[in-house]
Ligand binder design. Structure first.
Ligand code: FES
Length: 679
């Protein structure tokens, strides 16, 4: 391309849109290389691996000034014919190492070999993600030994890797050295080397060596959460996810939440070791599971990327997390980490590497960094709020100009803990609730039952599952619906006066409860339950508001809910409750395990590692506990949706009730008018 002439054919690669002029006869793979378009190749252009497939798009592409046709690429030659005969080439596909440029071309690098569909979906709004894995497979034919040339087998291997693939200054994983001679001879001097290079500035490493052509390598992307560990097994060559699975974090037996696990470490001399061992064993178990699902040998896994909250991160790599349990919440290390996977006892290929994304702050971990990479607030102009709600909410707010982050101790209420009838999402848990504003009668849905509770056949179906409690999504909905129907005031007090109107309002000592389901067990929402939800939502909202103040904005443009919790809650009810600030409802989206998607991106493309490392350095960390203003924001956020903040977007879709204050004894408290009114 460098010495291209204007009359040379123009070649445009899709979906990247990169283009350039190339002399007639240039292999299409070579053109892609020169433009920095990622097209896989293992066999080094011998037309045996089939990894370099592309398609010609025919037609007149006026916008680009290109008329592309199959006549503008060389006809199928003997190498492609042979590949087609032996392995089969799908209709329309060409091997870009063999096909050459003969005229103007639009070349499609098929999506299934560029990037996994899930990653595309997540990031489709802003860019196409191209693969550039840290591990590359390179097939070479090594010169045979010659008595007149004293170079060793390894040295000749390195020489040909430099000649054919351009790898200079290669290092080799020590465990491979004793195996080199047998592998070379077994492969009759044709071998595939796995080369790992993370940073351009770092020396490349031979991390794997196989006789003959090795045509597949895998990686794992793993998110270690306090309750769940989630993992993807992905082909490093095609980007295809071949297995995904999750498992409970066995550390739960040492403590339900993060702080109790830190306490366990502090109080038990072997606590840290025990928890490290438990989580590593669980990760190894999960690797077995995803490998079984994908039909993959775990020793074909050559790279791994992990994200986790700071305490899980420290325990996984074997660091005592005690410092994270108290101010100033010092991380032992905040930057990205690189290991041999075997150093962390991860049972995959012995030469496999392990990369951990950087942590943002003492309570905002590598998982939040992963979610940030996935959703990319820093890549856009909109003010994006990214929230991952767990027992500790991680909050990131920003845009291209500036990103700020904080965490807020929401506690386990959203997960059903601390709620009298709360439970984790499982069959038998109430997951949706509606309350009639006139009769105050509820209807609800239960996990495992298709019908709403007011539909025929519900009771029979429910009896089969057994209605056992309320899960997180329904807790949000029931409290929001109680507010919308006037059962509770904006301050969250159950209005005892309503007891005259409905048998659903029942006295419970000095306070009142709402009877959601009469039966066995009785499911009620008590005043204490509402308080627990108010405390949790106020902690989250106050954290968000603090970040909004730091950014100098009173409105966010778009909201992304990461994590399992976010996938199940209805944004409208989250807003009625005042869990999140006012925003156009269509701009509130659940993005699932965004942290895991970020890990996947860092696995498939090492440039994303540099991107998030640089981004995390620029993110401003806010420690909510140190902000004197936080307390006032918290108090204001106890009200529904908020004591002082307006919710104009929400008001467009929901009729918010008139304000009425109710005192704790259930009587209306008209005399004590609030000093400040909402918007
Ligand atoms: Fe292997 Fe083309 S590079 S078939």
């Amino acid at each position: 391309m460098t010495d291209a002439f204007e009359k040379d054919p123009l070649v445009l690669f899709m979906p990247s849109g990169k283009r350039g002029r190339f002399a007639i006869g240039t292999p299409v793979l070579e053109a892609a290389r020169q433009l920095g378009v990622y097209v896989e190749s293992v066999c080094g252009g011998r037309a045996t691996c089939g990894r370099c497939q592309v398609e010609v798009q025919e037609g007149n592409f006026a916008k680009h000034g290109i008329t592309s046709s199959n006549d503008h690429i060389s006809p199928i030659g003997p190498k492609e014919e042979r590949y087609d005969r032996v392995r089969g080439l799908p209709e329309g596909r060409r091997l870009s190492c063999s096909a050459t440029v003969q005229g103007d071309l639009v070349i499609d690098v098929p999506q299934d070999t560029v990037v996994n569909a899930q990653v595309v979906r997540k990031a489709a709004s802003d860019r196409v993600i191209e693969r550039n894995a840290a591990v590359q497979l390179c097939y070479v034919e090594v010169e045979q030994p010659d008595m007149h040339k004293p170079l060793g087998d390894l040295d000749r291997l390195k020489a040909v890797l430099e000649k054919d693939w351009g790898w200079k200054d290669l290092l080799i994983a020590p465990h491979l050295i004793p195996q080199i001679q047998s592998i070379l001879r077994k492969g009759e001097w044709g071998v595939t080397a796995a080369i790992h290079r993370d940073m351009d500035s770092s020396r490349p490493f031979i991390v794997g060596l196989w006789p003959g052509l090795k045509n597949e390598a895998y990686g794992i992307a793993c998110d270690i959460g306090s309750t769940t560990i989630a993992m993807h097994l992905v082909s490093l060559l095609s980007g295809r996810i071949v297995g995904s699975s999750g498992a409970s974090n066995p550390q739960i037996r040492f403590g339900e939440d993060l702080m109790s696990r830190v306490s366990y470490v502090m109080m038990n001399p072997d606590g840290r070791e025990a928890m490290t061992k438990a989580v590593r064993e669980a990760v190894n178990g999960l690797i077995g599971k995803v490998c079984e699902e994908g039909g993959v040998d775990r020793h074909d896994i050559l790279d791994s990327v992990f994200v986790a909250n700071p305490i899980m991160h420290h325990l996984f790599v074997g660091i005592d997390p005690t410092e994270l349990g108290q101010a100033p919440f010092a991380l032992a290390v905040s930057g990205a980490l690189q290991y041999w996977a075997s150093d962390i006892d991860i049972d995959i290929n012995r030469g496999a590497r392990l990369y951990m994304l950087p942590c943002i702050a003492g309570h905002v971990g590598a998982d939040a960094a992963g979610a940030t990479l996935s959703e990319g607030p820093y890549r856009q102009d909109k003010m994006m709020l990214l929230v991952d709600v767990g027992t500790n909410a991680e909050i990131v707010l920003g845009n291209r100009e500036r990103v700020v982050a904080a965490s807020s101790p929401t506690g386990p209420a959203f997960e059903g803990a601390e709620i009298s009838c709360g439970q984790r999402a499982a069959p038998g848990a109430i997951e949706r609730v509606r309350i009639d504003t006139v009769t105050l009668e509820p209807k609800y849905r239960v996990i495992g039952v298709d019908k709403w509770s007011d539909e025929d056949g519900f009771e029979e179906a429910a009896a089969a599952v057994g209605v056992t409690g309320i899960c997180g999504s329904a807790i949000i909905e029931v409290v929001a619906e109680m507010y919308l129907s006037g059962v509770i005031s904006e301050d969250g007090v159950v209005d005892g006066a309503m007891a005259e109107k409905s048998h659903r309002i029942i006295a419970n000592g000095r306070t009142f409860s709402y009877l959601l389901r009469d039966g066995e067990p009785k499911i009620t929402v008590t005043q204490n339950d509402i308080r627990a939800i108010q405390l949790a939502k106020a902690a989250l909202y106050a954290g968000i508001k603090l970040l909004m103040e730091k950014q100098g904005v009173d409105k966010v443009d778009t909201i992304r809910f990461a994590g399992a919790f976010g996938s199940f809650i209805d944004p409208k009810y989250a807003m009625v409750l005042g869990l999140i600030p006012d925003c156009e409802l269509t701009e509130v989206k659940a993005v699932g395990n965004a942290a895991g998607t970020g890990a996947l991106m860092a696995l498939l493309n090492r440039d994303h590692r540099r991107e998030i490392e640089a981004t995390v350095k620029k993110i401003e960390k806010i420690e909510t506990a140190l902000e004197p203003h936080f307390q006032q924001l918290f108090i204001d956020a106890m009200a529904m949706p908020n004591k002082v903040d307006p919710f104009p977007e929400l008001a467009k879709v929901v009729t918010l009730p008139e304000k009425k204050a109710v005192n704790q004894d259930g009587g209306e408290d008209g005399g004590r008018r609030r000093r400040r009114s909402r918007g």
